[in-house]
Design a protein around this ligand. Structure first.
Ligand code: 13P
Ligand code: SF4
Length: 339
């Protein structure tokens, strides 16, 4: 006969109390989520009204939080957003991304007010190259043209022949009448581009802390877990990881590939904010980010509350000294002209 010992009864009691707490815990969690959704709805309404009053346009990079991408007039990668900034007839550009993106917008649209939700949103890769170091390299290679990834400061762009983004880097390099290229600051993207050109590239040693997190081991494990999935990867990742890709491309190229592919499941090797657009484009497909570390903390410091405050106070505003902006503009405009 089965007998419940006093120890057994204690266990049953413990399980019962745990379930009670867990149930209440879930209720509290649900209430908190509901409250957050309500606050977001209010903030979105306020943003809509303020945007109209200020004649502002909101540009959001694909790596922004979902709720920011939801209120944006345009979502895009670095290239598309630079184009939008150059073309807009709004009075104010609210740039939801990182600092160098706001700077590029200001350089391309000097008469506009450019504001950002949080001035602490920097890019560690952009900070890995400095003007003195670049000038030294230019002196050592006087015949080389300087190609700078848009992920860089205005001062570096001012020292540059032409900028590029991950979506046009190869085209930009092929458009130049020089056989030697100084490439700053991303060594991983530089390595990828080198595979697609015969030009000699002198590559700076910078990298994106976020994309560089992804390792071969992560991809091997994910492939074992999701054997039917295709691995799509951004060229800011390490070369040995990029080599494993079924598809390699910029953020936009990855989005387009996943949308158009017949495959229904993907392992994604880029920042997790892209999940928003991936799901909008292909609600019937499954996306697994290759590691939980593919989150850029700088992109994520922006939120709806800060966006609403920026529109209210018109701060923080982006300033670029005019002499720097004038020189940097040439390198950005040359990029926008490459077909
Ligand atoms: P793209 O927007 O060009 O894909 O660049 C990725 C990135 O890291 C932006 O900070
Ligand atoms: Fe910079 Fe990488 Fe973040 Fe892009 S994802 S802003 S390159 S740190």
């Amino acid at each position: 006969m089965n007998r419940i010992t006093s120890d057994g009864i204690t266990k049953v009691k413990a399980v019962f109390i745990y379930c009670l707490y867990k149930g209440e815990g879930l209720q509290v969690e649900a209430l908190a989520l509901e409250r957050k959704a309500e606050m977001n709805r209010e903030l979105k309404e306020r943003i809509k009204v303020l945007k109209k009053e200020r004649n502002a346009i909101i540009l959001a990079h694909y790596y922004q939080r979902d709720e920011i991408q939801e209120v944006a007039d345009f979502r895009g990668d670095s290239f598309l957003l630079a184009q939008k900034a150059a073309q807009t007839d709004a009075d104010v550009i609210v740039f939801c991304g990182v600092h160098f993106m706001g700077e590029s917008a200001k350089i391309l649209a000097p008469d506009k007010k450019v504001i950002i939700p949080d001035e602490r949103a920097g890019c560690p890769m952009a900070d890995m190259v400095n003007v003195d170091g670049l000038r030294k390299l230019k002196a050592q290679h006087p015949n080389a043209k300087v190609v700078t990834y848009i992920n860089s400061s205005a001062e570096i762009k001012a020292e540059t022949d032409i900028c590029c983004t991950s979506s046009n880097a190869v085209k930009v390099i092929q458009s130049l009448d020089a056989e030697e290229i100084i490439w700053v600051p991303d060594k991983n993207l530089g390595h990828y581009v080198q595979q697609h050109t015969d030009k000699k590239m002198i590559i700076w040693e910078g990298y994106c802390n976020t994309h560089d997190m992804l390792t071969v081991k992560d991809v091997v494990e994910m492939r074992a877990k999701y054997p039917n999935a295709e691995f799509v990867v951004h060229p800011e990742c390490r070369p040995e990881v990029v080599e494993m890709g079924d598809f390699v491309g910029s953020t936009t190229a990855i989005l387009e590939y996943c949308r158009d592919s017949a495959c229904k499941e993907f392992i994604v090797g880029t920042e997790d904010g892209t999940g928003y657009q991936l799901r909008v484009d292909s609600p019937d497909k499954e996306f697994h980010f290759a590691t939980k570390f593919l989150v850029c903390p700088n992109m994520k410091v922006n939120n709806l509350k800060k966006l609403a405050k920026a529109l209210e106070t018109m701060k923080p505003e982006i300033y670029v000294p005019q002499d720097v902006a004038d020189r940097a503009r040439l390198s950005l405009e040359r990029m926008l002209q490459v077909k």
